[in-house]
Design a protein around this ligand. Structure first.
Ligand code: ATP
Length: 583
């Protein structure tokens, strides 16, 4: 396919907000895409050159992209940046200049998608002395061979602003419609996605070898597995009633890590599947020494811990390790331990179908004694009192609660269900768990707040079925001046002139924000609301958070699609008023 044709599809997607229409356009696109371009087309739709877990970045910001545009259309950087300021989009600046310069070829003489993709991959691979100049030159070379609309989308990719409004579930539906005309393949595709985290791989497998080959895709070392997640229940009694006799562990408050070991090579992936190996070198080192297998995938929670005083450091301390500079020094000052709690794969065997007790037993054999990898202690609870003992012990140690685990459950990648249940401490009058919300807009401040630029936030949750972000509350209190400023800075790259495609809101904020910045919010209660769209059905009210306040920024470890889901909010609403855990 020509890149110009792909650019026309991008343009149609960008103009569409109806989810059904988006799926139809994607199905038409994939219906025309040659099998060997399905993977690259998928990554380009995500504004990327590789799956999210591969750190392949083009490495050019607005200024360098502006240099490439200037070089392609015989102008200077300042001239490009002036247009960028006026239009608010570096791609639109490129398109305007391409149209005016007369350099750009017509769409029918544009390059093939695969040529553009390979050239972008080459640019990403350039490093070392003089690399910026080579990148600028290569991108400008590409631009001179593309029509104006193609130039627009091409220039948005390096700066991370493609913004087509299609999330992963929509792409999976697009595959299914392209192949069979309905979404009946979605569940099978989703299973493969949960185990490989690579949409491009799934698309390429489907087109080249068919759905049975997709069914055969499975967990492998080097592809992070989408994590199994926990449900909530309000009390020890409710947990035992649901799970029966269960495993109980402390709930550690750090970073979830999935470790992949392949011989001497170790990779550490975060909750949202980013490669964190460089940031947490001691975990990789620990895995090399303490894992008694050639290949393995296992999970744990990483946090700073003082074994002498048996003290778990609070999350605010552990989080200092999320940094890109001075890694060696901070690792010395604040070494992480990994409390391992589950195992997915060992020496060629996918053990996720095995019952939890067997996986735990194998984990016990996998981890050799040592300083860095520790086994999270587990107790089997038959009675609420036994469960509450672990709970009290966890709270004594400064932790926030426990995790209860169903003894005969498999590991279900990407699923949030009652195989794991979390129970957290709650203060009187508070919801028992926080809600992860994504910022979808903000309202300008008045009076003293006007100088901070933000007076209230409009936030939403995620509806994975429909791949949209409906609103759930406004947050107007509880932030310090510094936090208000920080909110504004974090939102700045995602400000949108119009309501972003996947946002659903009846309220109109002063400024719309693309769903990107995830925050953890504590509220007193969930109420029904005519104003908010989360869970709002035909003729029914939505759900809202009452007295919400910001607890922390979570964008370092959560993608917007990892926000709390509408279904979870509805379950939490149903659980309100149950007997709280004695604190
Ligand atoms: P989630 O990760 O479920 O979206 P969240 O980020 O809000 O939710 P919590 O609800 O506080 O986090 O707890 C779930 C997380 O707890 C797990 O993802 C994992 O990182 C962490 N965790 C800590 N201790 C354990 C344990 N013993 N077993 C399993 N998970 C644990």
């Amino acid at each position: 396919m020509l890149f110009s044709e792909l650019a026309s599809f991008f343009s149609r997607l960008e103009e569409t907000t109806s989810r059904n229409a988006l799926v139809e356009i994607l199905a038409e696109l994939f219906g025309k895409t040659p099998p060997d371009e399905v993977a690259s087309t998928t990554y380009l739709l995500q504004g990327r050159l590789a799956p999210f877990f591969k750190p392949v970045e083009i490495g050019m910001g607005n200024n360098y992209v502006a240099d490439s545009i200037a070089r392609a259309y015989n102008t200077d950087r300042a001239g490009v940046l002036r247009r960028f300021d006026r239009l608010g989009d570096i791609g639109a600046a490129a398109k305007e200049l391409a149209e005016e310069s007369g350099v750009a070829p017509p769409p029918e003489r544009s390059l093939e998608v695969s040529s553009v993709f390979n050239c972008l991959l080459e640019i990403a691979g350039i490093s070392g002395a003089g690399s910026i100049e080579q990148k600028v030159q290569a991108l400008s070379g590409l631009l001179t061979q593309l029509d104006p609309l193609s130039a627009l989308y091409l220039c948005r990719i390096p700066v991370g602003k493609l913004r087509l409004g299609v999330g992963d579930p929509t792409i999976l539906d697009g595959y299914s419609f392209a192949k069979v005309g309905d979404k009946s393949l979605r569940k099978r595709l989703e299973r493969a996605y949960n185990e490989t985290s690579d949409l491009g791989l799934i698309g390429a497998t489907l087109w080249n070898h068919g759905i049975e080959a997709v069914d055969a895709l499975s967990i492998s070392v080097g592809n992070p597995v989408r994590p199994a997640l926990a449900e909530r229940l309000p009390s020890a009694e409710a947990i035992l009633a649901k799970l029966g006799t269960c495993g109980v562990e402390k709930k550690f408050d750090g970073f979830r890590c999935q470790i992949h070991k392949l011989g001497d090579e170790v990779r550490v992936y975060s909750r949202n599947l980013e490669d964190m190996t460089g940031m947490f070198p001691e975990l990789a080192e620990g895995a090399l020494h303490q894992v008694a297998a050639d290949t393995a995938i296992f999970e744990g929670e990483a946090l700073a811990y003082n074994p002498l005083s048996d003290e778990y450091l609070p999350f605010q301390e552990t989080t200092k390790r999320r940094r890109k500079h001075n890694i060696a020094d901070t690792a010395q000052e604040l070494p992480l331990r990994l409390f391992t709690f589950d195992m997915l794969y060992v020496d060629g065997e996918n053990i996720t179908p095995l019952p939890y007790t067997e996986r735990r037993e194998r984990l016990g054999r996998l981890i050799r004694p040592g300083d860095t990898l520790l086994l999270s202690e587990e107790r089997v609870a038959h009675e609420p009192a036994e469960l509450l003992e672990v709970f009290d012990d966890a709270l004594q140690g400064g932790l926030e609660g426990i995790m209860a685990k169903k003894l005969d459950a498999p590991y279900q990648a990407g699923a949030r269900n009652y195989n794991w249940v979390k129970l957290k401490r709650a203060q009187a009058g508070e919801l028992q768990d926080t809600v992860d919300c994504v910022i979808i807009g903000y309202i300008y401040g008045r009076g003293r707040r006007s100088s901070l630029g933000v007076g209230a936030l409009l936030v939403g949750v995620y509806d994975p079925e429909r791949d949209v972000f409906p609103s759930i509350t406004k947050i107007g209190t509880g932030l310090t001046d510094a936090e208000w400023r920080e909110v504004r800075e974090r939102c700045a790259p995602f400000v949108s002139e119009e309501k972003p495609a996947r946002v659903e809101s009846l309220l109109q904020p002063s400024v719309w924000v693309e769903p990107a910045v995830v925050i953890e919010v504590l509220a007193d209660e969930i109420t029904r609301s005519p104003v908010h769209t989360a869970g709002k059905g035909e003729g029914k009210q939505g759900y809202a958070l009452r007295f919400p306040r910001l607890v922390s920024f979570r964008d370092a470890d959560k993608r917007p699609e990892d926000s709390t889901t509408v279904a979870e909010v509805i379950t939490m609403y149903g659980q309100q008023g149950a007997k709280p855990v004695p604190a």
